[in-house]
Design a protein around this ligand. Structure first.
Ligand SMILES: Cc1cc2nc3c(=O)[nH]c(=O)nc-3n(C[C@H](O)[C@H](O)[C@H](O)COP(=O)(O)O)c2cc1C
Length: 186
């Protein structure tokens, strides 16, 4: 077992929804991690000022400053967001837009070579068709930042708050995502 710093980013809009439940199970499995709940944070939209590309600094002073520190201290980033219209939630997209900071060559090494795990609760069952835009999106984002995606985990067929509680196999899978990370099975 290796000591790895795990940062979980929860982009769900719903308190005690399916994402929260799955994230809590991952946390149980991983035992030691840091959690960022995006809906509890003050994160402004990227305003496209390009200061990050020109000066390698962000012009916006908000909670992204502390989140960037957490990112930089982590080895593995877990992006957890329900599927919304074939993509991530607005909360997660706003957060991801702000990762443009790392596109500057002198900032890129602060995130590159980290690993990522993608966790996506969703309603529809045809994952490949329904989530193909999401998969392409994460592949594009994380390859641009030189972050290696370890795995995508889809939890389909869950719509209402609490649906995931009726699927013990999903709770077990989420626990194992955490456990496999700390045991280096990924
Ligand atoms: C605005 C909105 C858009 C959604 N879009 C999709 C979608 O494109 N495909 C899908 O399978 N489920 C979709 N869903 C269902 C959610 O992914 C599902 O309810 C998920 O379990 C919500 O997670 P939560 O409980 O953490 O909020 C959507 C739900 C909402 C509210």
């Amino acid at each position: 077992m290796k000591n790895r710093n795990i940062l979980i980013i929860n982009g769900s809009t719903r308190t005690n929804g399916n994402t929260d439940t799955l994230v809590n199970k991952i946390i149980e499995g991983v035992q030691d991690s840091q959690l960022v709940i995006l809906k509890d944070k003050r994160i402004s939209n990227c305003i496209g000022c390009m200061q990050c590309l020109e000066k390698s600094t962000c012009s916006i002073d908000d909670d992204m400053t502390e989140i960037r520190n957490a990112i930089q201290q982590s080895d593995i980033l877990i992006f957890a967001s329900p599927l919304y219209w074939g993509g991530v939630t607005g909360l997660m997209k706003t957060f991801i837009d702000r990762l443009f900071f790392y596109y500057h060559p002198s900032n890129k090494s602060l995130i590159s070579r980290k690993k990522a795990v993608i966790v996506t609760p969703m309603n529809q069952k045809d994952v490949n068709e329904e989530a193909k835009i999401l998969i392409a999106f994460y592949n594009c984002l994380l390859s641009c930042l030189s972050v290696k995606i370890i795995d995508f985990h889809f939890f389909d067929g869950i719509m209402e708050k609490g649906d995931v509680l009726n699927k013990p196999e999903y709770l077990k899978r989420a626990y194992l995502i955490g456990e496999n990370i700390i045991h280096e099975n990924v």
